[in-house]
Write a protein that binds this ligand. Sequence first.
Ligand code: WTA
Length: 635
Amino acid sequence: MKNYVIESLPDYFKQYKKSIKNPKKFWDKIADENFVWYQRWEKVLKHDMSEAKIEWFLNAKLNITKNCIDRHLSSRGSKHAIIFEPNNPEEATQYITYQDLYDRVGKMANVLRAQGIGKGDRVCIYLPMIPELAVAMLACARIGAIHTVVFAGFSASAVAARITDCDCKLVITSDGSYRGDKKIDLKGIVDEALKTCPSIGKVLVVKRTGSAVTMQEGRDEWIAPLLDAAPVDNIPEIMDSEDPLFILYTSGSTGKPKGMMHSCAGYMVYTAYTFKNVFNYKENDIYWCTADIGWITGHSYIVYGPLLNGATTVIFEGVPSYPQPDRFWEVIEKHKVTQFYTAPTAIRALAKESTEWVEKHDLSSLKVIGSVGEPINDEAWHWYNDHVGRKTSPIVDTWWQTETGGILISPLPYITPTKPTYATLPLPGVQPVLMDDKRNEITGNQVTGNLCIRFPWPGIARTIWGDHQRYKETYFTAFPGKYFTGDGALRDEVGYYRITGRVDDVIIVSGHNLGTAPIEDSINEHPAVAESAIVGYPHDIKGNALYGFVILKESGEGRDRDNLRKEINQLISEQIGPIAKLDKIQFVSGLPKTRSGKIMRRILRKIAEGDFSNFGDISTLLNPEIVEEIKNEKL
Ligand code: WTA
């Protein structure tokens, strides 16, 4: 474990230095000593940053599920791989051992094969947070099919857009899902989505809520009888290191969502290594990440990272406030959770409740607590540290992205001294650089700039599905030769990083990345709307909330404004999902634009924030007078 586990701060600096001096040697050893391969690689890394072409462990052969499951069976067969905590606390917890997981994944893999799914086929998974979700992903990986999990809060048209973009053959869904005291009709959403998806030949349905569903003859089938009849053993597909493992969609600042494609070997090595070190994972720990598996955090740190390390991972179906605002703390106490990983938006919501809710529970099992998804503000950091970490379990503020596959910047617990709101230091193999707007590297400390990464790490996404040009343009052209993250960052006097937020048109609402363009596109489809612009403004629980500035067509001007607001949000809900609804909608007669017609969001952002000072020079605008009007009518 010499190269796999970082033991102390001096060891971190030593490993870091080694990883930068000779990255290939560094990752070669880690890959060699900690995984099972059918065939070793011929070359560790081949890359060309200007073409956005990155390959790791070339020509190696593997199957990630052998590493997640099979190899643990002899020593950990009866150990819990998954603890499933249902939405309703009255419902029994499910304990799934590594042996059970092997059986369930084998059966599901055989069911998929029997449906004609094979290597390279795309399978859409639209499921709530139930064990079948992890099982379905692993079953795809087992047979070499590419899973694309769609967050079960997305609307029918968002599901359809994703299925169409990567041309899925089959969907795995459920009759419904539970969220707190609500039941959601997932199958109905899939039915609606499939009206426009001719590529789908089959829908397999998991029974969860028992709600009535319509099953389309020949297309839809309950999965349970198929699983019952399927054999357990399944010989894994032999995958090339660079074969796709999954596609996961993330918002872009423009146009349609980007299908980030991750490949088998690099993703495996990177998520396993970072899980072990960032969470200081030890055998017999009980690890819990509250993210949804529909996001990258769930992929890497509920499913793959933990299972690769033979860990016990908790899958929680519910919400933090149900049945009461102490559900998180209750679950930690119940399962004696040792690592707890959640998002600032959840922390802020729970910090609003009386501290009695958290004090009521014994959280002494916790060793490490983590944060991910957006910058954690000072107040939330301290509340988390004082009440959940009890000033003894360090906070790991982990910075990373769907595109990066795994955590890039984070403290190592009990090793890196933490600092409130700072993600602190890069992990070994990660070379952050700050760049100014003129593309010059900013050296030294106590500086801020655009955060880029200078050299590839094994977990980086390989492409945008079906659009390599877009991948190259989005991430590798703003700062030639470097990967551009889209985030701004500050480097303090000791070299610690603090992520300051997005520098592009992506807005993070309750930890969900939302691009402005797709939301504006939906608003503009409303028959009464001529044009719109949305910006984020600070919100004490969600981090950011959305503020829309909408210009009406003449035909819309006589309409009741509150009804229009409802209709616009309804449209957004249908086309994207309720997460993208606007908190405020202001009707305006124009939008501030540059002479080339570009909307000056910077000004709109300031107005939405209520900061009327220092708009900068607005005299170069096409229509400077509009600023005054918008300001005066601010909601
Ligand atoms: C933001 C989530 C500050 C950031 C894993 C990034 C963070 C985007 C942090 C990616 C953090 C994530 N501190 N900001 N610890 N973690 N972000 O793709 O803006 O859903 O670019 O991946 O979230 O969001 P994504």
